[in-house]
Design a protein around this ligand. Structure first.
Ligand code: GLU
Length: 304
């Protein structure tokens, strides 16, 4: 699968929210962090709505995310990319891997995967049952496609977290690219889209750090160019839980958006005092003062 060429080697970053709910303070921090890093490097900042898992999505959330970003003056470059319109690209990538014999159909149910695997860094490690075609009892069953993962230890240097290492064969195992219910796996869609959009810098939350070695591994299998990563600290509640829909993250009150923005900039290590001004002017100031070395690498507990 051919990746487009970035002629000038310009910085291309992105923000890629899933429309599972409205933005909250944690996702705002990711949006602002990725925006500032792109703009401070004279780069582009793309927006991609990751709407490939309809059962988890909330009606109206995608439009709400766009409106919220605009309210904070977080203006993106180009057209919004919707993953739901790009299944053909994921198919192409899967076909390429199929042709090279790098993926295999897996007929195991979630239950058998759970019962037969040990716990890894991100769920159960698949025991590789369907690697041996003779083990497959396929009659009439739906199947997933998994990528063969062989003896690769992935090490990368994150711009915020530093060196991060994972033995994906042992700690994750052969992972799913197309699910048995016909939905594309996040790992495949994200890798294909970042490559096709020529993204070369990813700045996102540390909840995805554990996925990054899989994405680097898959991206190598697809002959894509390497990407620089920076994983931002997570904002948590007092119990240490990441703010999300499940932990009932409060909605962003747009009546005090300047204060929220200033708060996020403080979390990101911007120097104080932060000007009391419009979001647009605060962001302009933040671009000039942005220094990724000042971003804390640990999670941050917030009051609400
Ligand atoms: N869609 C993912 C999320 O909202 C982020 C994907 C990414 O940044 O790679 O958590």
């Amino acid at each position: 699968m051919k990746q487009n060429i970035n002629v000038n080697n310009q910085y291309i970053g992105r923000f890629a929210p899933s429309p599972t709910g409205r933005l909250h303070i944690g996702s705002l921090l990711c949006a602002v962090g990725s925006f500032l890093d792109a703009r401070a490097n004279n780069g582009q900042w793309l927006l991609r709505i990751e709407d490939i898992d309809p059962p988890r999505e909330e009606a109206g959330a995608a439009d709400d995310i766009l409106r919220t970003l605009q309210a904070f003056a977080l203006y993106w470059d180009g057209e919004v990319v919707y993953q739901s319109k790009r299944y053909h690209l994921y198919h192409e990538a899967l076909d390429y891997l199929l042709e090279k014999g790098e993926v295999y159909p897996c007929y195991c149910s979630r239950k058998t995967v759970k019962e037969n695997g040990i716990m890894g860094v991100d769920g159960v490690v698949y025991n590789g049952n369907c690697r041996k075609q003779s083990n497959i009892k396929s009659a009439g069953k739906n199947y997933a496609y998994r990528l063969y993962v062989d003896d690769d230890e992935i090490l990368f240097n994150d711009r915020i977290v530093g060196f991060y290492k994972q033995d994906i064969k042992r700690e994750v195992g052969d992972f799913v690219l197309l699910r048995a219910d016909g939905l594309w796996a996040y790992q495949l869609a994200v890798v294909v889209d970042d490559a096709m959009c020529r993204v070369n810098h990813i700045v996102r939350g540390q909840d995805l750090l554990v996925s990054t070695p899989r994405q680097i591994y898959l991206s190598k299998r697809l002959n894509y160019k390497p990407i620089q990563y920076a994983h931002l600290p997570l904002l948590t509640n007092r119990q240490g839980q990441k703010w999300s829909k499940q932990t009932l993250a409060p909605h962003l009150d747009l009546n005090c958006k300047e204060n929220l923005l200033r708060q996020v900039l403080i979390y990101l290590g911007l120097p104080e005092p932060i000007p009391a001004d419009s979001c647009e002017n605060i962001l302009q100031w933040a671009i000039v003062n942005w220094d990724i070395k000042r971003v804390p690498s640990n999670f941050i507990i917030t009051e609400n």
